[in-house]
Write a protein of this length. Structure first.
Length: 192
């Protein structure tokens, strides 16, 4: 199947920068998105932590790079041999995850061990869906950073061991077990 997100005849995502070299795109995307992420870390993006709010985080981060920023993907994707949620059900599935988050009172008032476990659960659930064609990890980290701050916790993503995160995220994707994910997220979390 041809991926409509790619420039024809390339493995480079279509982008507003008209770049056709995926390495060059990755470099420019990282610079632009990092700058937008710093903006998000300094202010609050208003919303109700629902599907539309989650999509707005993606739009905020990637709007300068992709026309489809903030929109659910329309193709199935996989990484490292693991498939993410089917694009056909993304709106419903991500909405259900975020409705559960609302029923958990957006993680407000939890003791640290419970907060860590719940954060790992939502981190894993959002990752398993992989709502966007690109930029899922950065979007969920920005979203969860703001959510956590509202609940009284600081997430310092620079403390996340990236290699361990990849391994335990794949494990979580295959097993839905959040224990290892909680261990990797633990050093990231401090009380505000």
């Amino acid at each position: 199947m041809i991926d409509p997100y790619l420039w024809p005849g390339t493995d480079c995502l279509r982008n507003k920068l008209d770049l056709t070299d995926p390495d060059l795109l990755a470099e420019f995307e990282d610079r632009i998105v990092s700058s937008r992420d710093v903006e998000l870390a300094r202010e609050t993006l208003p919303g109700e932590y629902n599907l539309q709010h989650f999509q707005r985080f993606h739009w905020w981060l990637f709007r300068d790079v992709y026309e489809w920023a903030g929109q659910a993907r329309t193709v199935d994707i996989s990484k490292g041999g693991s498939r993410f949620g089917s694009w056909r059900y993304l709106d419903e599935e991500v909405s259900a995850v975020l409705e559960k988050l609302a029923s958990d009172h957006w993680l407000i008032g939890l003791a640290r061990p419970v907060f860590v476990d719940k954060l790992a659960f939502y981190y894993g659930e959002l990752n398993a869906r992989h709502m966007f064609r690109e930029g899922n990890g950065r979007t969920q980290r920005a979203f969860l950073r703001q959510l956590s701050a509202a609940a009284g916790w600081r997430l310092d993503w620079s403390a996340l061991n990236k290699d361990d995160n990849i391994v335990v995220s794949q494990h979580n994707l295959l097993t839905a077990d959040c224990g290892q994910l909680a261990e990797v997220l633990d050093p990231v979390i401090t009380r505000i």
